[in-house]
Write a protein that binds this ligand. Structure first.
Ligand SMILES: [Fe+2]
Length: 321
């Protein structure tokens, strides 16, 4: 770590030591259901920033909620924008917090977001991101193709992690090779009767409330970008895709989940920044469980250590298998 990052990291640690991160109440703690075949937490955009300690605090609350749970998660999935500036000190802070709860999850599955890879040299940012993932106990990285995409197979599901092939300020560049790989990976899972949880930082065009959920701006802004239709064409060839994304910083709402027939879209709020929309509480995330006959998706208010009122929009989603 260079001097600049070292100094910032020191400051971040000092700020963290002065923070109040109260342990959530036990009354509504997360309980791992032993009937579930697989259970994971899905978080969007921690965006840890050396210039704003409140991001660290919000993320720490989410970690505290997991620390307080009964049982253990099979995985935590983080949908990109781990670090606001893609800086080493920010990744280190995030890794510290995740390592503090590493006894509460088996695997850490992370995809890159635009903040992680933009502005700087792609290859060095990609390597920095890989090093961050591998610095966390349980961090999964399985890629030798020079990009950032790989899959992780489990008994009942396959996680397919997408990542931009080059720098992009706001979108994701998904090249021909990655698109072919995506199609093949989804197909393999489908043949084996498994759900394909496809993880990417941005959702499809005109989906999950876009453009409303991106401030009402642009024809593609807030989405993957120019390859969006090609990705959608791939999803439409199969019947098993649940596409999970972040980026929008939009709280639980009617836009969180979209049933597109043969594939489903789940857009996550942010766990570290400010959530837009009417449900704008801090530190929101989903807890997802796979059962033999269904998938349940429950909205969690991590800062309060509570489930969102089940009558609220986006609070509880059930998908039949
Ligand atoms: Fe983003």
């Amino acid at each position: 770590m260079n001097k600049y990052n070292e100094n910032n990291y020191k400051t971040m640690c000092e700020e963290y030591s002065r923070m109040t991160v109260a342990m959530p109440p036990d009354s509504e703690r997360i309980v791992r259901d032993s009937e579930a075949l697989f259970t994971f937490a899905a978080w969007g955009d921690p965006q840890i920033f050396h210039g704003s300690s409140s991001r660290t605090q919000k993320f720490a609350f989410a970690c505290a909620d997991i620390a307080n749970m009964e049982g253990k998660l099979d995985a935590i999935a983080i949908l990109g924008d781990i670090a606001e500036m893609g800086a080493e000190c920010e990744y280190k802070m995030c890794a510290d917090l995740l390592n503090g709860i590493s006894d509460k999850f088996t695997d850490l599955l992370c995809v890159t977001g635009n903040h992680d890879i933009r502005i700087r040299d792609y290859k060095s940012q990609r390597n920095k991101f890989r090093d961050f993932v591998l610095s966390v106990k349980g961090g999964v990285f399985d890629n030798d193709n020079g990009g950032y995409y790989f899959s992780r197979d489990y008994d009942c599901c396959r996680f397919i992690l997408m990542g931009s092939d080059s720098n992009s300020f706001e979108g994701t560049n998904i090249g021909r090779a990655q698109r072919k790989w995506l199609d093949d990976e989804i197909g393999k899972a489908e043949k084996e009767g498994k759900i394909a949880f496809v993880l990417n930082h941005q959702t499809l065009k005109h989906s999950n409330g876009l453009p409303v959920t991106w401030g009402g701006n642009g024809k593609w802004r807030g989405s993957i970008g120019i390859q969006s239709d090609k990705i959608k064409d791939i999803f439409e060839k199969h019947k098993n895709v649940i596409f999970i994304t972040g980026h929008l910083h939009y709280g639980f709402s009617v836009y969180s989940y979209e049933d597109c027939g043969c594939f489903k879209l789940l857009s996550l709020p942010t766990v570290g920044v400010v959530n837009h929309g009417s449900m704008n509480k801090d530190s929101q995330g989903y807890i997802i469980s796979v059962y033999p006959d269904k998938i349940t998706i429950r909205a969690r208010l991590h800062m309060e250590g509570k489930w969102l009122n089940p009558k609220a929009q986006g609070a509880y989603i059930e998908i039949k298998r």
